[in-house]
Design a protein around this ligand. Structure first.
Ligand code: FES
Length: 118
C-alpha cells in the first residue's frame, strides 16, 4: 500500500462538471485498495439543481469529481457511492478528502490534512 501525497498531474484530471471547481487542490493521495483516497485537501464548491439526483464519489478515484464515474467498481469495489438530491438550487461544499462523517458534505475533516481552516 502506498500512502504518499503526490502532485496532481493536471487540471484536466481534476476537472468536474461545468461550474465545479476545487477550492484549492494541488495534491492527492493514491494507492489504497478498497479504501477511499484523498482526492483533495479542500472541499469542492459548486452549484446543484434542486430535485436532481447526484451520485457523490465516495472512493476518490473518479475523474469526474466530485461525482462518481464508476471507477469504484475496479478501484475500490467495496465502496458504494451515495446518491443525494438537493431540495432546491444551491451552492454546496462537497467533501473531497473522502473522510467526512456527513456524506457528501464537507464537515471540516480535511483540516487534519491541512492543519488549518480554509
Ligand atoms: S467512482 Fe468513486 S464512488 Fe464511484
Amino acid at each position: 500500500l502506498q500512502n504518499l501525497w503526490t502532485k496532481k498531474p493536471s487540471l484536466k484530471t481534476l476537472a468536474g462538471p461545468p461550474g465545479w471547481l476545487y477550492c484549492s487542490a494541488s495534491i492527492r493521495v493514491t494507492g489504497f485498495i478498497n479504501k477511499p483516497v484523498v482526492t483533495a485537501k479542500m472541499p469542492f464548491r459548486g452549484k446543484v439543481t434542486g430535485g436532481k439526483c447526484y451520485v457523490w464519489c465516495a472512493c476518490g478515484h473518479s475523474k469526474k469529481q466530485p461525482f462518481c464515474d464508476g471507477a469504484h467498481r475496479t478501484q475500490a469495489p467495496s465502496i458504494s457511492p451515495p446518491h443525494f438530491t438537493p431540495e432546491k438550487d444551491s451552492t454546496l461544499m462537497l467533501c473531497a478528502c473522502k473522510q467526512t462523517k456527513n456524506v457528501p458534505y464537507c464537515d471540516g475533516t480535511h483540516f487534519k490534512f491541512t492543519g488549518s481552516p480554509l
